[in-house]
Design a protein around this ligand. Structure first.
Ligand code: SAM
Length: 285
């Protein structure tokens, strides 16, 4: 049995060990250490700088909740931007909706290339979808310079280390705000509150300087160790967060989404926060 240990570089004093059956790819790219393993329990796993990014076994939870919650809450989305998302799972879920365009801005072409080769079920052809606009660039530079505007922006980034650190900065959030159309929604990968509390509080504080309605919603992603994962939520249109179950059900039915985790009731429930997480959100007040 061969074990690989992950998440140690997060510096939170814990590691997650997975028994691997094969190393499919392992190299340092121009931006980060990229590895893809076959594991006994979680299928194929993508890791960047030794931090687990996604696994075949539970990626559907993360990608469905981060794509469908903002798109169905908004209700009239034409243009979506994904910052990061190199494995293609987020793009797969986003292009299930009838959109004008899904722009994906990924820093590292090697992540897309190796995910296409070794994790094809994640993107499931989304990179070649007619509404996909795939760009290789720094997401922070892109939002600072683009004239494009979006109804939903999804920050599907690595943790606030190395190349992704800037994607948690206030300047980046301000540029995302600039790139949103009126009533637009920004959602962020914001870590596991149990082990990354300061990350959530800091993001809430920075987002509140640019958005009227800031909170988070939760979903359990087993390979993100430590409990529920937080998705940052920021918009100027407060009503997006409290869309009725009936409206969500109608929108969900109209899109005929085939989902394994997302449903309208889970959507609504995800915003019901435990007191401990609400306190972290409020601390960023
Ligand atoms: N689902 C994962 C998670 O929750 O941790 C993240 C998925 S995806 C693999 C993260 C992507 O963010 C990587 O492909 C990485 O290259 C990309 N990334 C990191 N910094 C970036 C930046 N500044 N601009 C654009 N993409 C970036």
């Amino acid at each position: 049995m061969t074990w690989v240990w992950f998440d140690g570089t997060l510096g939170a004093g814990y590691q997650l060990g997975l028994e691997i059956t094969a190393t499919l790819y392992e190299h340092r790219t121009d931006h980060q250490h990229l590895a893809i393993y076959d594991t006994r329990e979680f299928g194929r796993v993508l890791a960047l700088d030794e931090v687990i990014q996604t696994s075949e076994s539970d990626e559907f939870i993360y990608h469905e909740m981060m794509a469908h919650v903002p798109i169905l809450a908004h209700g009239a989305v034409d243009d979506v931007c994904i910052i990061g998302g190199g494995d293609g799972g987020m793009l797969r879920e986003v292009v299930k909706h009838p959109l004008q365009r899904a722009t994906m801005v990924e820093l590292d072409p090697a992540v897309v290339e190796m995910s296409r080769e070794h994790l094809p079920r994640l993107s499931a052809g989304a990179f070649d979808h007619p509404c996909t606009n795939l760009l290789f660039a720094d997401g922070a530079k892109y939002v600072a310079e683009t004239d494009d505007r979006f109804d939903v922006i999804i920050i599907d980034s690595t943790d606030p280390l190395g190349p992704a650190e800037i994607l948690f900065s206030e300047a980046f959030y301000a540029d995302c705000k600039r790139c949103l159309k009126p009533g637009g929604i920004l959602v962020t990968q914001n870590g596991v509150p149990m082990t990354q509390a300061e990350e959530l509080t800091t993001s809430m504080r920075r987002l509140r300087r640019h958005f009227a309605e800031v909170s988070c919603y939760l979903a359990p992603v087993p390979t993100y160790f430590g409990g529920h994962m937080a998705f940052g939520w920021a918009t100027d249109h407060a009503a997006h967060r409290t869309v009725s179950l009936q409206a969500l059900t109608e929108r969900h039915r109209a899109t005929e989404l085939n989902t394994r985790y997302y449903n309208p009731a889970i959507h609504q429930a995800a915003f019901a926060l435990p007191n401990s997480v609400q306190a972290l959100v409020n601390a960023g007040g």
